[in-house]
Design a protein. Structure first.
Length: 144
């Protein structure tokens, strides 16, 4: 069997793609949740198999979840204040957090630059990507 290097990755890269440790990856293989090709002591994982596994209910239930704190304020000081309040609340609940914050002044167009939509900022796109990757379980959103 000929294995193309572009379609397969070793266990270290596969673990990184799945956001787990090598030990967890090997455990999932041993339990039959994920398939690999053995080459001596090395394991190779199909990128297609990794993508299929990411969509499985098993993976979604095991994947770590976070609370996304998304804050927009009129200036950096206000943003930091709101982020600290939200983080303090999350700590009391024992929730792991990811913080995305921006001041409205960061969204203002620069000279000669076209007016950007408020929902088209780099920060909002970053927050959306966390949802798309299914890393987020809850959202705390504060916007001015």
């Amino acid at each position: 069997m000929i294995v193309s290097n572009s379609k397969y990755v070793y266990s270290g890269k596969a673990a990184a793609l799945l956001d787990v440790s090598n030990k967890t990856l090997v455990k999932w293989v041993d339990e039959g949740h994920l398939h690999c090709i053995r080459q001596g002591k090395n394991r190779k994982f199909s990128l297609a198999e990794i993508e299929r596994f990411k969509q499985s209910n098993f993976y979604r239930s095991k994947k770590p979840k976070y609370t996304l704190i998304y804050v927009r304020g009129k200036n950096s000081l206000e943003c930091r204040k709101r982020v600290e309040q939200a983080k303090h609340y999350c700590q009391r609940q024992n929730w792991a957090t990811i913080v995305v914050s921006e001041s409205v002044s960061d969204c203002a167009p620069r000279t000669g630059e076209a007016n950007r939509s408020n929902l088209n900022t780099l920060y909002f796109q970053q927050a959306f990507n966390y949802f798309y990757d299914r890393k987020i379980e809850r959202l705390i959103c504060w916007s001015r």
